[in-house]
Write a protein that binds this ligand. Structure first.
Ligand SMILES: [Zn+2]
Length: 186
C-alpha cells in the first residue's frame, strides 16, 4: 500500500509462482517413468476413488501429444506446471521397465478430469482392490443418477462382483441451471 498525490493507492500483490522452477523441481525429484503409471488411487487422497487406475505410459504420452491442450487447460499455475512436467516426464519413459510408477498428487489432480476418457479409450484400466481384478471400460458397471429436482448428480462405478470402484456426488451450480433453463427456452 502506498500514498500518492494525496490519495490512497492500493497495490495488489499477487503471489508469484515460478512455473519453470516448479517444472524443473518435478523432473529433478521424480524417478524415470516406468512403462505403467498409477494415475489414480485412494493413496493420492482424491475423494471418490476406491479403485486403482493404471495407464500405459506410452499411450498416455501419445494421448497428451495428440491434443493441442495436452492434458487440458490447467489453472491455477501450480496445476499448469504439473501438467507440463507430467508431459515431459512421460516423454522420458523407460518402456522396458515393467513396474508401475507413482506420481505426485498434483499430477493426479491434473489427470482426474481425463480418467473416464482414458478408460474408454483403453489407455487406462481400473483395478478393484477387493477382488484384485483388472477391468477395462466394458466390464465396469456404471450408474449415473440425477436426483429430483436435478440439482445433484451421483456417479457410481462397480466391478462385476459389486465392489465399489468410484463414487462421486456433485451439485450442479445454480448458474448452470439458469443457463440450461434459458438454453431450453423454458
Ligand atoms: Zn471387485
Amino acid at each position: 500500500m502506498r500514498w500518492s498525490m494525496g490519495k490512497l493507492h492500493v497495490q495488489w500483490e499477487y503471489p508469484k509462482f515460478d512455473v519453470e522452477k516448479a517444472v524443473g523441481k518435478y523432473l529433478m525429484e521424480l524417478d524415470q517413468c516406468a512403462s505403467q503409471v498409477l494415475i489414480m488411487s485412494p493413496e493420492y487422497g482424491e475423494k471418490g476413488w476406491l479403485g486403482d487406475v493404471v495407464a500405459d505410459s506410452a499411450s498416455l504420452k501419445t494421448y497428451a501429444n495428440s491434443r493441442s491442450e495436452g492434458f487440458g487447460y490447467c489453472y491455477p499455475y501450480y496445476l499448469y506446471a504439473a501438467a507440463f512436467a507430467l508431459q515431459l516426464w512421460l516423454r522420458g519413459a523407460d518402456n522396458s521397465n515393467d513396474s508401475i510408477s507413482r506420481i505426485p498428487k498434483e499430477f493426479a489432480e491434473v489427470l482426474k478430469h481425463n480418467i473416464s476418457d482414458l478408460i474408454e479409450k483403453q489407455i487406462a484400466s481400473i483395478v478393484c482392490k477387493k477382488c484384485n481384478t483388472i477391468f477395462c471400460d466394458a466390464n465396469i458397471i456404471k450408474k449415473g443418477e440425477h436426483e429430483s429436482p436435478s440439482l445433484f448428480w451421483i456417479d457410481e462405478w462397480r466391478c462385476p462382483e459389486g465392489h465399489l470402484l468410484r463414487y462421486e456426488k456433485g451439485e450442479i451450480p445454480m448458474f448452470s441451471m439458469v443457463e440450461i433453463h434459458n438454453g431450453l427456452g423454458l
